[in-house]
Ligand binder design. Sequence first.
Ligand code: FPP
Length: 234
Amino acid sequence: MSINIKIPRHVAFIMDGNGRWAKQRLLPRKMGHREGVKAMKTMIEECDKLGIEYVTFYAFSTENWARPQEEIDELFSLVKKFADNELAKYKDKGYRIRILGDVTQLPDETRDVLTEIVSSSKDNKGMQINIALNYGGRQEIVQAVNKILQSGLSQIDSDMLSDCMYTFGMPDPDIIVRSGGEKRLSNFLIWQCAYSEFIFVDEYWPDFDRKVLDSIIMEYSRRDRRYGKIARLD
Ligand code: FPP
């Protein structure tokens, strides 16, 4: 049976398995994170080639502060390096960069460079790269409700809430992919995932390449998205 390939508009990645990738090779965990950055770059390039409009990466959750300080420092140093070297280039190539999460708690120099890139890339028309940093889905909902309450409203609807999310103005993810074999969302985009297709992949994040991406697109193309209706829509 032939399959019509469907290209999603928005793919979100839960980048799991960096530590296990490193352990398997008797390397320190930080080497797994460094390889994870390379996989991010590959995914950005390959998603763009496929015509995907929005790509989102879960880089640091509100729960990740509980990791050893050395690992937290390493992760933020990678984020700063990624912003200086790669995001600056992506911005010049016409990509739009957004950060999802509470940036006020990020290290100053990381926050400053990210804020500048977000602001100077906001009118770009190319693919949008979202990086979730100090992100938690429940916290995102709570801050959205608080924003609405502060405006004096006492009743909300779902569009209002969407407009107060870090993801305002973006389509919800068509696919949420998690690498590393675990099958859970870990507080990621819990409002936005209402109709997302979940794809769980055994490969560790540093092993993600075009072949893995193609298999994800194939799997997505086989899915029948009905949004509660009964007939196949496409
Ligand atoms: C999960 O693997 C991965 C993370 C918590 C961090 C992801 C970060 C990067 C890929 C690099 C830094 C980000 C940017 C934006 C440059 P894990 O450590 O939980 O792996 P494990 O489950 O195998 O231990």
